[in-house]
Write a protein that binds this ligand. Structure first.
Ligand code: ADP
Ligand code: MG
Length: 338
């Protein structure tokens, strides 16, 4: 009766586009205390559009072209968006020595010029002094041949169902919903305030995210679990730190989808809320089945011992109870997605 309930739960989840890689993850999900989420691609669309450009000593067209070329080999959402904003075909012959530094940015040689494109910390590490834009957004700063050449400000939109997801987590008994991001404080706060998250940590490198996860683990109550949700860009190590690692299947990297315990095929964070609901229902059904099967058997055993049960009751206690447990288990498959 236990495996049947879980099969039902996993089946119901897969019908809703949630791939659960084992019944143990469904059980762990039903005890979630803390949900930690990545920002870009998880709570936000991961599709940035250019909102403003500040070009110093070069034209804005040149600036965007250099950025797009330097990012040509990257599949980070920021890189994809810059290539889209550039809009022209990229001649990879013009780009050499590409290097991508996780949580920082890229460096490349474009038309023989050394180009750095990335966040403020990345350029500061290279000894430059990037400006801090006053508007909300993510700034991709540029340096050409060691000279700071301004920034391209890009903005992302929050996914339409992100608020609904956070609400569903709280309904399922989650006490802390946190966000870890490599992005700037201003971009992180904007999302944190809109979604009313409990904790927001900005400017995290992949290693910082692992440390935050360890701290959250230390704060867990007995029997409660830690869930991480990411799009997989630079967060495969963090997925490994969680009890239930969730990856976005559409945007997510192959490594994250392989490392994850749960994959949301259509990238909707609210599906994790649904998965929690299915997990709780499945656990309830498994419990009902155990109590029902053992209860009926105990009663028939006692009645048999005192001579009140005949063979029909014994058949019911065995086969009849199995059939009812199977029927009960199929309820786990039919969980409505609101
Ligand atoms: P998040 O935690 O929001 O998913 P990442 O860890 O992937 O973000 O990246 C953190 C930050 O590092 C980004 O907000 C960006 O400023 C910078 N960054 C990372 N990769 C790139 C890139 N390819 N081009 C420009 N900036 C990048
Ligand atoms: Mg990310």
């Amino acid at each position: 009766s236990i495996p049947l309930g879980f099969f039902g739960g996993i089946g119901g989840a897969s019908k809703a586009g949630i791939l659960v890689k084992g019944s143990n993850y469904l059980e762990a999900l039903s005890h979630a205390q803390t949900v930690v989420m990545d920002k870009t691609g998880t709570l936000t669309e991961g599709k940035f559009h250019v909102t403003r450009q500040k070009a110093v000593e070069i034209t804005p067209e040149e600036q965007l072209e250099l950025a797009a070329l330097a990012e040509s080999a990257s599949n980070h959402p920021i890189a994809q968006s810059l290539k889209e904003a550039y809009g022209k075909a990229i001649d990879t012959e013009r780009v050499e020595d590409v290097q991508e530094i996780a949580g920082h940015g890229v460096s490349a040689r474009v038309d023989g010029k050394q180009v750095l494109a990335g966040n403020a910390a990345y350029l500061e590490n290279a000894g430059l002094q990037p400006e801090t834009p006053t508007e909300i957004g993510t700034a991709v700063h540029l340096a050409v041949n060691g000279v700071y050449t301004g920034y391209i400000l890009i903005a992302d939109t929050i996914k339409p169902d992100a608020a609904q997801a956070v609400q569903a987590f709280r309904q399922a008994g989650v006490s802390t919903v946190a966000m870890l991001t490599g992005d700037s404080e201003s971009a992180a706060e904007a999302v944190g305030d809109t979604l009313q998250l409990d904790e927001v940590h900005a400017k995290c490198l992949p290693a910082d995210k692992v440390q935050f996860m360890q701290a959250y683990r230390a704060k867990l109550a007995k029997g409660r679990t830690l869930v991480f949700v990411g799009d997989g860009m630079n967060d495969a190590p963090v997925l490994a730190q969680s009890d239930v690692g969730v990856a976005m299947g559409g945007l997510g990297s192959d490594a994250a989808i392989a490392a994850a315990d749960l994959v949301i095929l259509d990238d909707k964070p609210s599906k994790l809320g649904l998965a929690m609901h299915i997990a709780k229902k499945t656990m309830g059904i498994a419990r009902e089945n155990i109590v029902f099967a053992l209860g009926v058997k105990a009663i028939v055993l006692v009645l048999g011992a005192v001579g009140l049960a005949h063979i029909g009751a014994a058949v019911f206690a065995d086969v009849g109870v199995s059939v009812i447990a199977i029927l009960n288990s199929t309820r786990a498959m039919r969980t409505k997605f609101k």
